[in-house]
Every structure is written in structure tokens, then in C-alpha cells.
Design a protein around this ligand. Structure first.
Ligand code: NAD
Length: 370
């Protein structure tokens, strides 16, 4: 059985509580299914600062680079509010993304039927929703130069951010979106603002060219990003995969996320380019939520976002599609039984703790595995 090298970075706050529930699943998969996961654990964020006065040590960066996948909990908290800027907890996350060149951010928005009532939209609009937003993560206006505020000397200042994309950046992110669409409902919607932005014109051209050259079997639509935002809240089920740039992706993925209810339910993956030899992509999997200092240590955090991030890891790094499907089904089944952590609790359901939720998902997974 092949060995799958996972580097686990629990981080701070509820990060360790959530990752502990994934470790239970990994241990069971190793002992009962012979899955061959080899797990190393490191420090990131405030935990790394306390140990080394760094947001992540060079040794742990080395482990991350050598792993097949990084599982990341969450970082940050008031304890580290005053540490020097370059070693603040978030710097560990940014370093991982940068050094691993994770240019593709995948944010699924899945609405479990049992939670359809807790969305801010009508049940029929969101029930059964399953869309995937593919956001370009390393380019665009967050990184483009010049990026500055200059004093104009007349009592005015001028702030400049630069939206910049090269062809290769659009080619590689659209390639990821088309590949993923082929494993789903085979539809991609590309969103930009070609009506007012040159980067939108190029984005549209390059996505169309990549589609024509390599992926004409996939259905492709283009939509202006503002119209896309409206369509996401009007009838989100029209979408399968949405591909968009860093800025629009940041906003549209948060809009899509809220269609599904709680932050504690949302997983994500960030992927790099495939290695020319092994064809494996560098990858990091993490919940969308942060370290939730307000509830850390109370045993009430929802571990589902973290567990679902592990399911994404099985799907995208280890090609263990059936196992990933089973974990997602186990989550849905547990929710169907009415078990809820505090963040998704509603009257008539049963409130359970972080470990009870982890145990419930694991025992459902065991039952589904037969
Ligand atoms: P947050 O996501 O940590 O929490 C927002 C709210 O959602 C809180 O009320 C929290 O209790 C709740 N929540 C989040 N995850 C939950 C879960 N799994 N179960 C139940 N409830 C959950 O965001 P914040 O409060 O803005 O930030 C707190 C800290 O986390 C800050 O230091 C911030 O910088 C950091 N942060 C880290 C990451 C990351 O590590 N990727 C992301 C966002 C924020």
C-alpha cells in the first residue's frame, strides 16, 4: 500500500480541537482499511511563535514542502495581537501558500438537506446545492505592483492597487477549473469584468482559448462578476464550477459560503502546479473558519469543516474518491439524525460536543464502509 505523507498543522484556538477529530478518522483508516497515511505534526501560528518566535519554523516548512498534503487547522488569537508583524500567526499561513505556490483555491458550497432551513435564502433555493468556486490565489490586485499610497502634496493622497494577470496565470487556473468540472457536472462559468477592465478582457480571451484547445467537452459560460453575484443569491443551483480571479473570488466565495449556513461547515483546498515527475500537486487543506478564540477550549467547536477538508484531501491529493464520498455521506447522515454542534443547533435537534460530533461521523463512516 502506498504511503501518503500528511503534514498536520493544528495551529491555535479551535484548530487543535478540530484536527483531533480528523486524526481519529485517519487512525481508523490506517488500522482498519490499511490506508497507509503517515502523519507528521508541526507547529504554526501562535503555537509556533510560543515555541520558536516564528510563525512557522524552517524545519516545519521543510516538512510541508516534502509532504503530499498539508492539513491546516487555524491560526491566531488575542494572545498574539502584539507580536512583531513579520511573525504574526497569519504569516505562517501566507508563507505556506507562497512557498508551496498554491495558486488555486477551491471552495465548495454544499448545502446539506438537513441544514437547508438554516440558510438565509428560501429552502428550495439552496437545498441540495453543490457548487465549487475556483479562485486564483497568488495573482491579481492583492499582489500587483505598484501598490502604494502617495502624498500629492495638496492635502490629497492617492492610493493605487494594480490588477495584473499574465496569460499563464489564467491558463493554469482555468485548466484546474475545467479538470474539476469533468469530475462533477461538466460545467464551468467564468466570471470577470471585461466590460470595464482590461484584465477581464484578457481573462475572458484566455479562458475561451484554453476551453477551445483542450476542454471543448466541458460546457463553458461567461458572466460578468457583478451579475454572477446576483445569480448566486437568485438561483445558485444553476452553477457547477465557477472560475474567477483573486479579488472577485474572495467575495463570491464568501457569498456562496453563506448560502449554506455556518462557518463551521466550510472546507477548502489550495492546490499548486503538478510536479512534472510525480504529477502530484502541492496541496493544503483547511477549514474556511479561523481559530474562534471566543469558543476555543470549550469543546463546542464544529469539526465538520475540518473533517470535510480532509475529505477534499482524499479526493484531490490521494485520488481516494470513494472514501471522500463516504466521509461526506457520513456527515450528511449524522446531520439527518438531528445531531448538531452549538453553531448549527436549532430547536428540536440534539446539541453535542466537538468530540461527540467527530465520533458520530466516524461511526457513520464505519457503518457506510461495511
Ligand atoms: P473565526 O472564523 O475564528 O470566528 C468567527 C465566528 O464564527 C466566531 O464567533 C466563532 O466562534 C465562530 N466559528 C468559527 N468557526 C467555528 C466552528 N468550527 N464551530 C463553531 N463556531 C465557529 O473568525 P474571527 O473571529 O474573525 O477570527 C478569530 C481569529 O482567527 C483571528 O485571530 C483571525 O486572524 C484568525 N483567522 C484565522 C484564519 C485561518 O487560520 N485561516 C482565518 C480567519 C481568521
Amino acid at each position: 500500500m502506498a504511503t501518503h505523507k500528511i503534514f498536520l498543522l493544528p495551529g491555535d484556538g479551535i484548530g487543535p480541537e478540530a484536527t483531533a477529530e480528523v486524526t481519529k478518522i485517519i487512525d481508523w483508516m490506517n488500522s482498519s482499511l490499511g490506508s497507509g497515511f503517515e502523519v507528521e505534526t508541526g507547529l504554526v501560528g501562535g503555537a509556533a511563535y510560543d515555541a520558536h518566535e516564528l510563525a512557522i519554523s524552517e524545519e516545519d516548512m521543510g516538512h510541508a514542502m516534502a509532504s503530499d498534503a498539508v492539513l491546516f487547522g487555524a491560526v491566531g488569537g488575542p494572545k498574539w495581537d502584539d507580536v512583531p508583524y513579520e511573525v504574526r500567526p497569519e504569516a505562517g499561513l501566507l508563507r505556506l501558500r507562497k512557498d508551496m505556490a498554491l495558486f488555486a483555491n477551491l471552495r465548495p458550497a454544499i448545502c446539506y438537506p438537513a441544514l437547508a432551513d438554516s440558510s438565509s435564502l428560501r429552502k428550495e433555493v439552496v437545498e441540495g446545492l453543490d457548487i465549487l468556486i475556483v479562485r486564483e490565489l497568488t495573482g491579481g490586485v492583492y499582489f500587483g505592483e505598484p501598490k502604494e499610497i502617495t502624498d500629492l502634496g495638496n492635502g490629497q493622497k492617492r492610493a493605487i492597487d494594480t490588477q495584473v494577470y499574465d496569460t499563464f496565470e489564467i491558463e493554469r487556473i482555468s485548466g484546474v477549473a475545467f479538470e474539476l468540472a469533468r469530475t462533477r457536472s461538466n460545467k464551468v462559468c467564468s466570471m470577470e469584468k471585461r466590460n470595464v477592465m482590461k484584465s477581464g478582457v484578457l481573462w475572458n480571451e484566455v479562458v475561451s482559448a484554453v476551453h477551445k484547445e483542450k476542454y471543448s467537452d466541458v460546457e463553458l459560460d461567461h458572466m460578468l462578476a457583478d451579475a454572477g453575484g446576483m445569480q448566486l443569491v437568485r438561483w445558485p443551483k444553476q452553477f457547477d464550477v465557477i472560475v474567477t480571479d483573486n479579488l472577485f473570488g474572495d467575495m463570491l466565495s464568501d457569498v456562496a459560503a453563506m448560502l449554506t449556513g455556518s462557518l463551521g461547515m466550510l472546507p477548502s483546498a489550495s492546490l499548486g502546479a503538478p510536479d512534472p515527475q510525480t504529477k502530484l500537486r502541492k496541496a493544503m487543506y483547511e477549514p474556511v473558519h479561523g481559530s474562534a478564540p471566543d469558543i476555543a477550549g470549550q469543546g463546542i467547536a464544529n469539526p465538520i469543516a475540518m473533517i470535510a477538508s480532509f475529505a477534499m484531501c482524499l479526493r484531490y491529493s490521494f485520488n481516494m474518491i470513494e472514501e471522500a464520498d463516504r466521509i461526506e455521506q457520513a456527515i450528511a447522515n449524522v446531520l439527518d439524525t438531528g445531531k448538531r454542534t452549538a453553531d448549527i443547533y436549532s430547536e428540536g435537534t440534539t446539541k453535542i460536543s466537538t468530540t461527540q460530533m467527530g465520533d458520530a461521523v466516524l461511526s457513520e463512516l464505519q457503518a457506510l464502509t461495511g
